[in-house]
Design a binder for this molecule. Structure first.
Ligand code: F6R
Length: 611
């Protein structure tokens, strides 16, 4: 949520800042701005809209800007104040020529604003960030590091910040609490960013700041302090994905590229983690010894949005195969409702970004309550990965499109492996384990078969463009798929879509069915199919057109629905993955045909780092 880039070193700062912002634009894209140091002053340029509008403001003949070696930049996702040029970052603080960019929320901004207004500060924006810029200015006595530390001690809330002052050329101060900040350290200087995708083009050495770290950066020299504990040492980690992995690679959108990457990304998730001889999953990162595994009382899965939908598949599979009590819970609710959690519970926090504020808060709550807490995270080095200390990385590669696709299918793949591991530590036989391994290993091939139908799915999408509302229904393992299908459709095509258990439709939502309200029904062959086909008939009786996701060769299902997309025959717990991929393509093509902004849908941000 909001993207920060900053650079200080010997290279021209402007191209680094602009290309970094473009990389981070998926985090927020309602306005953007830069501040660069010139001989006489700090120049701030900002604009409403995307980074390309900002680039248009930077004249090619402005040599003082082009020659600058130090600057900060920001792409915004509005929290306080609408997306206007005035509210865009950087914000200037008072008389000292301080410029500051911020990601997060300053919770006591009102009290600070009143205090600073009384002291004569004039506010030009409605943002909480401008409060911070003025606060730093009010405490500045010739040393920006000291002023920032003093200011942050007065602040309640979350922040990732970068700031500079004209009197200290070539110096950046950055800090974090709750919002990620990564330092890319190279020979020619240091690039600061909200995530590693903005720095991999320049360096693979990344230092991830911890909460309450404040760093002074002069070129490649770093002085890192902790707000609570003085100087601290933070070791660089190697970033292991390539710059190419974050490019579109010839696809029209990142989302389509990421959908098509899934056979490979799932293979990467599974690689080295399945033992075909012993019929088991390794998952050594979970760090559970046989005794802990055997004594596991309950698995509590927390996450938001798509990650929570994947968690629901995990809940079903863990109870189904391992006979271990499992529950999925909205991370946003977890810490506020005082849940019952204890030391024989394993809490699994699922997050693509590893930075989602509510999921992180749930991790902290579960840790305080003494549970075993693990992360199921894609972004290496992210806060959730670091704070949980145990878990399973997805290895799905960078996910740039705001709508999550390949993270979901990798999350489900890991959860199935977890179910297998827990089951094998209990009553599942070796033979049954070997069969489960085979089924999991078959998933990438099943996805390939769905991707082959891309053109056919695009044709089906043409029939579902003009509706303003749609329902997705499924039961059993297909219920989470219905939820995920509806989420994908609404977020990228702006068609109002709801996912329901097929049986639940009759308890209210069926009142909304009529000719122009289609139903997308998960009718995969397996337990529950007959009942779902019965629900399909009920929808058709209310004039709804029904698009069925059906198993290849299932003539009964094909004859029942009005349109269909097929997925290969496989057990329902693995059919989750190809069926979801079919719905990802359906949503993608509907949004594309409607001309929507697919990779950056309105109002959304990739990483939701505020509550
Ligand atoms: C939907 C989507 C969101 C995220 C949610 C959690 O396509 O991307 O619903 O799944 O914001 O994000 P992570 O997984 O990063 O915690």
């Amino acid at each position: 949520m909001c993207g920060i880039v900053a650079y200080t070193g010997i290279r021209p700062a402007l191209p680094i800042l602009i290309s970094g912002l473009k990389r981070l634009e998926y985090r927020g894209y309602d306005s953007a701005g830069i501040a660069v140091e010139t001989k006489d002053r700090i120049v701030i340029r900002k604009s409403k809209g995307k980074v390309k509008e900002l680039s248009g403001l930077l004249g090619e003949d402005e040599t003082d800007l082009a020659e600058s070696n130090c600057g900060i930049a920001h792409t915004r996702w509005a929290t306080h104040g609408p997306p206007t040029t005035e509210n865009a970052h950087p914000h200037a603080g008072g008389k000292n020529g301080i410029a500051l960019v911020h990601n997060g929320i300053i919770e006591n901004h009102r009290a600070l604003r009143d205090k600073l207004t009384a002291a004569g500060y004039l506010f030009l924006s409605e943002t909480d960030t401008e409060v911070l810029a003025h606060l730093v200015d009010s405490l500045y006595q010739g040393d920006l590091l000291d002023a920032v530390i003093a200011a942050l001690k007065e602040v309640e809330g979350t922040f990732g910040i970068a700031c500079m002052v004209h009197a200290e050329p070539g110096t950046l101060i950055v800090a974090r609490r709750g919002s990620p900040i990564v330092l890319g350290v190279g020979e020619n200087g240091t690039i600061v960013a909200s995530d590693a995708s903005a720095i991999i083009k320049h360096t693979r050495q990344a230092i991830y700041l911890d909460d309450n770290d404040v760093a002074q950066i002069k070129g490649s020299e770093l002085d890192i302090r902790s707000l609570d504990a003085g100087s601290v040492s933070r070791q660089p980690a190697e970033i292991d994905w390539s710059a190419d992995a974050a490019e579109k690679g010839g696809y029209e959108h990142y989302m389509l590229k990421e959908i098509f990457e899934q056979p490979e990304s799932i293979r990467n998730t599974l690689r080295g983690r399945l033992d075909s001889n012993r019929g088991n999953a390794l998952l050594s990162g979970l760090n559970l010894n046989p005794r802990e595994l055997a004594e596991l009382h309950r698995v509590l899965i927390v996450g938001c949005g798509t990650s929570m939908n994947a968690g629901l598949v995990g809940e079903y599979a863990i109870e189904d195969f391992a006979g271990v009590l499992a529950e999925v819970e909205q991370a946003a609710e977890f810490r506020y409702r005082n849940p019952i959690v204890n030391s024989s519970d394993l809490v699994v926090a699922i997050s693509q970004s590893g930075e989602t504020a509510d999921t992180l808060a749930a991790v902290r709550e579960a840790t305080d309550k003494g549970a075993l807490v693990s992360g199921l995270v894609n972004t290496v080095g992210s806060t959730i990965a670091r704070e949980t200390g145990r878990g399973v990385y997805l290895h799905a590669g960078p996910e740039i499109s705001v709508a999550s696709t390949k993270a979901f299918t990798s999350q489900v793949s890991v959860l199935l492996m977890m179910a297998l591991k827990f089951a094998r530590s209990r009553r599942m036989s070796r033979d049954a384990g070997c069969q489960f391994v085979k089924e999991i290993k078959a998933i990438p091939g099943l996805v390939e078969r769905v991707l082959e139908q891309n053109d056919a799915i695009a044709k089906v999408a043409e029939r579902y463009l003009d509706q303003t509302s749609a329902f997705f229904i499924g039961r059993g393992y297909m219920y989470p798929v219905a939820l995920e299908g509806a989420l994908k459709l609404k977020e990228i095509s702006y068609i109002h879509a709801e996912g329901y258990h097929a049986a639940e439709l009759k308890h209210g939502p069926i009142a909304l069915l009529e000719k122009d309200v289609p139903v997308i029904a998960l009718c995969n062959d397996g337990p529950g199919k007959d009942k779902t086909l019965g629900n399909v008939a009920e929808c058709q009786a209310r004039d709804s057109r029904v698009l069925g996701i059906v198993t290849e060769g299932d003539s009964e299902a094909i004859a029942t629905v009005d349109d269909h997309i097929t997925v290969p025959a496989c057990p329902l717990h693995t059919a989750v993955v190809p069926s979801t991929v079919a719905l990802q393509l359906l949503s993608y093509h509907i949004a594309r045909l409607k001309g929507c902004s697919i990779d950056q849908p309105r109002n959304l941000a990739k990483s939701v780092t505020v509550e």
